[in-house]
Design a protein around this ligand. Structure first.
Ligand SMILES: *Cc1c(COP(=O)(O)O)cnc(C)c1O
Length: 393
């Protein structure tokens, strides 16, 4: 039988915009819900009053796809985007011709012409970068990053105040800083950074300013300023640990069952024979693995890859949570489906890796990481489909 490459129109599901590997040829699928994304942005925008919410779309919109995410947010009223790299800025410019686009990761001399050509706004964080923009950008707008406690990027507060008081070689229209501990509301560091930022801001006079990432939005009105910079919360991730996540899940990752095996007591499963089975076990062997960004550190319980947590991750099928069994491998992951009645599970079915039933952040915790890393590490082999986003069509 020959397989035609474009099968999406014959799909019984409702793919809207489709990219990547074909549905029937891929090992797993990603469903990205543009309506949930837009609802999340609107609720963060509402929490950002009297300011507005921008959208952080670096790392290909946290793995969700700049080409789809940016038009959906633009249609919802988002006018400001943040990326890490100028290359990402060009892709956002293509998707949003009129948006303001800020590039966070500084400015190299050889990249400056791309900024001026595409009207990207560099976020300048050192005298060196300010000098580059003075040479290339002339009077084009730029943003100033002040480091109030990250020791990562930005002018130190004293330098920023000094710069504010001099005749400027560049035209800063925007001042920003970044919180180190926003996801820990009880940390004293938040207030210290806020006070430092307020001082710098006073030295700049009336300038548009931005301080809060997703978690910062939840610290209260003092942290809002003119523009907030949510990333992870847009995509449904947990902004503040240890509290109920108010965001809607945006990304559902599913893997496909290749084989269902029955094993007897005393047998082992997987690389390293790390898992010895204690009874009649049914194993669903599924065709995604760490090459798809499902972390090896999410391997099943009793697998000595992880010391902090004994339990591995879970998938979800037929109304049940099913534990990962043995080691996650490059292309395959096994789940213990012994508890799932035989007539409710078949070869070719999908097991949810994360989504509405298994929280992204629960899988991340089981793997000793954070939801950000899971999303930005999503592999290229998934079949991707976008649902919702009616406003785009
Ligand atoms: C990545 C980033 C954000 C977004 O952070 P989230 O925690 O994902 O909301 C905001 N500001 C800066 C400077 C960033 O680097």
């Amino acid at each position: 039988m020959s397989v035609k490459p474009k099968l999406t129109s014959t799909s019984l599901e409702r793919p809207v915009l489709t990219t990547g590997a074909d549905r029937l040829l891929a090992g797993g699928r990603l469903t990205i819900d543009l309506d949930a994304l837009v609802d999340n942005w609107k609720s963060l925008d509402a929490r950002s009053r009297p300011g507005r919410a921008a959208a952080v779309v670096k790392a290909d919109a946290y793995g969700c796809g700049i080409a789809q995410i940016v038009p959906a947010l633009t249609a919802a009223g988002c006018e400001n985007f943040f990326v890490a790299l100028p290359e990402e800025g060009l892709r956002v410019r293509h998707a949003a011709p009129r948006a303001r686009i800020f590039v966070l990761n500084g400015l190299f001399d050889d990249a400056a012409p791309a900024f001026t050509d595409a009207d990207l706004i560099p976020v300048l964080g050192s005298d060196h970068e300010i000098a580059i923009w003075a040479k290339h950008g002339r009077r084009k707008p730029c943003a100033i990053h002040v480091d109030t406690g990250m020791n990562r990027l930005g002018l130190m507060p004293d330098e920023a105040i000094g710069f504010a008081g001099t005749a400027k070689s560049v035209r800063p229209v925007f001042l920003m800083s970044h919180l180190a501990c926003a996801d820990t509301p009880s940390s004293d560091k938040n207030r210290q950074q806020l006070e430092s930022f307020q001082k710098v801001r006073a030295a700049f006079g009336d300038i548009e300013s931005s301080f809060a990432n997703s978690a910062g939005i939840f610290l209260g009105l003092d942290y809002i300023f003119d523009l907030t910079r949510p990333g992870i919360a847009l995509y449904g991730g947990e902004a503040v640990g240890g509290t109920a996540n108010p965001m809607k899940p945006v990304v559902t990752a599913e893997t496909r069952i290749v084989q269902i095996r029955r094993t007897a007591k005393g047998e082992t499963a997987g690389y390293g024979a790390t898992m010895t089975l204690d009874g009649d076990t049914r194993i669903a062997v599924c065709s995604t693995g760490y090459a798809d960004g499902y972390p090896r550190s999410a391997s099943g319980s009793g697998v000595p890859l992880r010391t902090a947590l004994a339990e591995g991750a879970h998938g979800f099928i037929a109304g049940r949570r099913v534990p990962v069994l043995g080691r996650v491998t490059m292309d395959l992951t096994s789940f213990d489906v012994t508890e799932v009645p035989e007539d409710e599970i078949s070869i070719g079915d999908h097991i949810e890796l994360f989504g509405p039933n298994i929280a992204l952040d629960d899988v991340a915790r089981a793997a000793g990481t954070i939801g950000y890393e899971l999303l930005t590490g999503l592999g290229k082999r998934y079949h991707r489909r976008y649902i919702g986003g009616e406003a785009l069509r």
